[in-house]
Design a protein around this ligand. Structure first.
Ligand code: ZN
Length: 333
């Protein structure tokens, strides 16, 4: 990562009161447009004192609940209704979101594996750098909305990093409960440090994420969970007036080993479990079939730990190394 300042500019003044709409301008000089820029839409709504919230979606471009709810909020929120600031970016990896793809068609960049980014890198790295180095130092909380992507389907849940500091963890759990999704997934400490939740941790702010559905679709249910969740979190923080509606959330942990199941072979995956099933270590998760060699015995795939099936692969065609399930376990009390 270079220490050079960002090359992204904006006509918004994030320190200014009121509602401002516009773009982040990411310089993008290409054959078609020598002095062009990529216009990443951004809206700032600021009113007096209060928490400052960065609300992002479209980090992965094929995850839509967050993009729709962020767009609705941009149009609905008036400065007079809020205390503090909400900065909304519905299409964070703009080229990916425009293409409806997880990664950017410009540079193949996966934004949520690109933090802390690079001011001098390709567009995806430049966006990551801008978020971590420019935006995060100006806010108290980062909320980044995901939905599994085209290849995965989730039981809707908030996602956060398990923090060893009890006070910090309590702050995150209060947000998770305010969001009120059916599940909450706490990731084990350490692990992936290129994701936005790690960026928030490095920036010293509170980070909350979510996996609200997936399969490249939206449903009434997942949109309702998302919209209610975001509004409730803003109420819980005092950014919006009113009290957060109380709902039960099952707080779960996700471990790096034991909870993820991968296909050992290329072929067609026959699932033996569905979302919401409780499974045991050693239980048959599915079989990989080989229609191109139909007389070959299918390869059995087993669960490597106990837990609840919270995520499953969508396409039946698999390669060796594709994740077919992931589990979550209840937090020990
Ligand atoms: Zn995602």
């Amino acid at each position: 990562m270079s220490n050079r300042p960002t090359r992204i500019t904006t006509d918004l003044d994030l320190g200014r009161e009121g509602k401002q709409e516009g773009f982040l301008r990411l310089p993008h000089s290409v054959h078609r447009s020598a002095y062009g820029y990529l216009p990443i839409p951004i809206v700032s709504i600021r009113n007096g004192r209060g928490p400052r919230v960065l609300l992002t979606a479209g980090n992965h471009g094929d995850e839509y609940e967050g993009q729709i709810v962020a767009t609705k909020l941009v149009r609905a929120l008036a400065p007079s209704e809020i205390s503090g600031q909400v900065i909304v970016i519905p299409m964070l990896n703009f080229p990916a979101a425009l293409a409806g793809m997880r990664t950017s068609p410009i540079d193949e960049g996966n934004l949520n594996r690109s933090f802390p980014g690079d001011a001098d890198g390709r567009p995806t790295a430049m966006i990551a750098h801008y978020v971590e180095s420019v935006l995060m130092p100006q806010v108290d909380i980062s909320i980044d909305l995901h939905s599994g992507g085209s290849s995965l389907l989730y039981i809707p849940g908030t996602l956060a990093r398990h923090h060893p500091d009890e006070k910090r963890l309590a702050t995150v759990l209060a947000l998770v409960r305010a969001f009120g999704a059916p599940n909450a997934y706490l990731m084990a400490p350490g692990g992936e440090d290129r994701a936005i939740l790690s960026a928030a941790e490095r920036a010293g702010i509170v980070g909350l994420s979510a996996e609200l559905g997936g399969a490249g679709m939206v449903t009434r249910e997942t949109l309702a969970v998302t919209e209610r969740g975001v509004v409730n979190v803003l109420r819980h923080l005092g950014v919006l007036a009113g009290t957060a509606e109380q709902r039960d959330t099952r707080i779960m942990r996700v471990e790096r080993s034991g909870h993820y199941v991968y296909s050992p072979d290329p072929g067609l995956f026959e699932p033996m479990a569905e979302l919401g099933d409780s499974v045991r270590k050693g239980q048959l998760a599915g079989r990989v079939h080989f229609p191109e060699t139909p007389w070959r015995e299918p390869t059995p795939v087993h669960f490597l730990g106990d837990g609840l099936v919270v995520c499953k692969r969508v396409p039946a065609r698999v390669e060796r190394g594709d994740c077919v399930y992931h589990l979550a376990g209840d937090l020990p009390v």
